[in-house]
Design a protein around this ligand. Structure first.
Ligand code: TRP
Length: 348
């Protein structure tokens, strides 16, 4: 593990298999951050059960997300990779944060309003408290940098508010115990990536999403070469040729998305892609996009298939990750409990 500047923590839910939006929007950045930071990457399975989960599906989804992490280039030796439910300190710290956070703060969370919809009375208490568990995920490791999508910025702000309130409420005890007065760091969101917002192939104004009923709207990380080529061939476009400059992509959501996908997959930016394809028809551009998508995704899909065929390898990697994660989280919880005044009477 490289010490780098600070510590990175991020997580994804194990609700479904992953798609190109997860890969370009998140995973590519996570892989890169391993070069400069000490990184902890979690499969947030406790967050997944805030909505009903079938046990068998949950189990295979956890392993599939783990396989996607590894196949995309997350290195289980250099970084810590594990599933949240195996490190009990996440849930324990979340409880403590439930007592730090205020009802008013959580009432402002837009994601809860979206996810709960009209039937708020019937949403789980866990769905409402979801952001305090996320704060616990991050702060159990005193992480300083959190790569996330735009939609998670509000949860990160809440995490900072919780960290700040804990530091202030317990300032005296923190000092009495000889701990850093900024006990919990205030973590920064890291929002990066040329194609951070990957849109649906059927509608360039909607995000590519696992919950879109049309599978043609997304490229899954396990799609075959034929499926990828077909989805790109059928992707919605407009009748104009590609523009020469990025300004020309304004008001052309689908063209913008496809150029962004190419840039993300090629590791360049939209301007560079338009330098090569400006003036071309979609009929010429789409096969090139399909080629690069297959080139990048095929080896990843192959590795995901290999890993999920025999869960023992994944399970042992996750077990090792959980042990290393727990060593850090246990130390934090011990400090937090001392600071708060809990009596430690059980012999260890
Ligand atoms: N809520 C995040 C999402 O839906 C997932 C998540 C849970 C997370 N815990 C986290 C992300 C901690 C970053 C850090 O994308």
């Amino acid at each position: 593990m490289s010490a780098g500047q600070g510590r990175v923590f991020s997580g994804m839910q194990s609700t479904h298999s992953l798609h190109l939006g997860n890969y370009l929007g998140a995973m590519i950045n996570w892989v890169k951050m391993q070069e400069t930071h000490e990184c902890i990457y979690c499969i947030v399975d406790l967050h997944a059960v805030t909505v009903a989960q079938d046990p068998k599906t949950l189990q295979s989804n956890i392993r599939e997300v783990a396989a996607a992490y590894l196949a995309s280039g997350l290195d289980a030796k250099r970084s810590i990779i594990f599933n949240q439910s195996q490190v009990p300190q996440h849930a324990e710290l979340a409880w403590i944060f439930n007592c730090v956070a205020r009802m008013g703060w959580l009432n402002r969370m837009t994601q809860f309003k979206e996810k709960a919809g009209k039937n708020r009375e019937n949403a789980s208490v866990g769905l409402f408290a979801y952001p305090t568990l996320m704060a616990a995920d991050i702060l159990a490791y005193k992480a300083t940098h959190v790569p996330v999508g735009e939609d998670q910025k509000q949860h990160l702000e809440l995490t900072r508010d919780i960290a700040q309130k804990f530091n202030t409420d317990f300032a005296e005890s923190i000092a009495d115990n000889g701990l850093d007065p900024d006990y919990f760091p205030l973590p920064e969101p890291v929002i990066t990536g040329a194609a951070t917002r990957v849109m649906s192939l059927r509608d360039g104004t909607n995000k590519m999403s696992k919950s879109d009923p049309s599978d043609m709207s997304r490229i899954n990380m396990t799609d075959s070469a034929d499926e990828i080529a077909q989805k790109i061939r059928k992707a919605r476009t407009d009748p104009e040729p590609l523009p020469d400059s990025v300004e020309g992509l304004k008001e052309r959501a689908e063209a913008d998305n496809l150029i962004g996908l190419y840039a993300g997959l090629a590791g360049t930016d939209k301007a560079a892609v338009l330098k090569e394809f400006g003036g071309a028809q979609f009929s010429a551009f789409k096969p090139a996009l399909a080629d690069i998508a297959v080139e990048v995704l095929s080896p990843i899909a192959g590795e995901i298939r290999r890993l999920t065929a025999d869960p023992s390898e994944i399970d042992s990697i996750l077990g090792d990750g959980a042990e290393r994660a727990a060593a850090i989280a246990e130390a934090t919880l011990k400090e937090v409990k001392t600071v708060m005044g809990f009596v430690a009477s059980r012999p260890v």
